[in-house]
Design a protein around this ligand. Sequence first.
Ligand SMILES: NC(=O)c1ccc[n+]([C@@H]2O[C@H](COP(=O)([O-])OP(=O)(O)OC[C@H]3O[C@@H](n4cnc5c(N)ncnc54)[C@H](OP(=O)(O)O)[C@@H]3O)[C@@H](O)[C@H]2O)c1
Length: 239
Amino acid sequence: MSTAWLVTGSSRGIGLELVRQIAADASNVVFATCRNPSSATKLKTVSEEAKGKVHIVQLDASDVASIKAAAATVTKTLGSQGLNYVINNAAGQSSTDVPSTLEVDSFLADMKLNVAGPAIVAQNLMPLLERAAAAGGRKPVVCNMSSGMGSIAMDLGARMVSYSITKSSINMLTYKQAKESPNVIWIAQDPGWVKTDMGGPGAQLEVDFSASSILKVLTTVTEKDSGSFRRYNGDVIPY
Ligand SMILES: NC(=O)c1ccc[n+]([C@@H]2O[C@H](COP(=O)([O-])OP(=O)(O)OC[C@H]3O[C@@H](n4cnc5c(N)ncnc54)[C@H](OP(=O)(O)O)[C@@H]3O)[C@@H](O)[C@H]2O)c1
């Protein structure tokens, strides 16, 4: 039986590279979700090259109906199989605000996409994760993509307050999910500062290095790591 993965926000950036690398392993099948499949040209190319191992599914992480429809499609496609890995990668950063310039609408939009979105994705995929857990072997893993910006202990200053709050919040979500659902390993993952549209060209890490590092972490974490916040190299980051 193949190992089943789902990645959100896979039209570009880290999500696209994760799908490319996951699909390169013959034992994997991957549900590559994105909000606009018709314009996801790079993802379509990856899917064509993977010859049936990449299923492109529409999923807007800010839209509960879209998440539910995607979960139904994945459930139907998997048949009796469960999901082994879910990577909540989709996120946005609508502002580079500081506390004195924070605006309600953009803050709430980021909270909806970056925190409520991953929570609702996990809720709707839980039956498939439980099915994978019941099949025995390695526990299923959910990765919530976080950021060093979400760490208070790292003391990164006043900038990007809305985005940073969303990432602190996803760390807390991950901790709560680990406490509520011990059949799954829940990880808050910092991908590093990566050369993508979000990270910009001056970032430290190439996207292929970040993605391969993340996959190494996710495929080696164990039950005792559930609820933790990890750097791309697997080190624990203080909350
Ligand atoms: N790059 C970095 O340095 C860095 C550092 C720390 C953490 N991160 C985190 O790593 C993850 C990936 O970041 P990235 O650098 O690859 O970002 P990116 O290049 O900006 O790509 C963001 C992805 O999220 C998707 N997305 C945006 N809104 C969405 C929605 N409503 N529903 C579904 N998908 C949506 C985008 O799809 P569209 O193409 O449709 O817009 C795109 O595929 C994010 O969680 C980010 O916060 C990145």
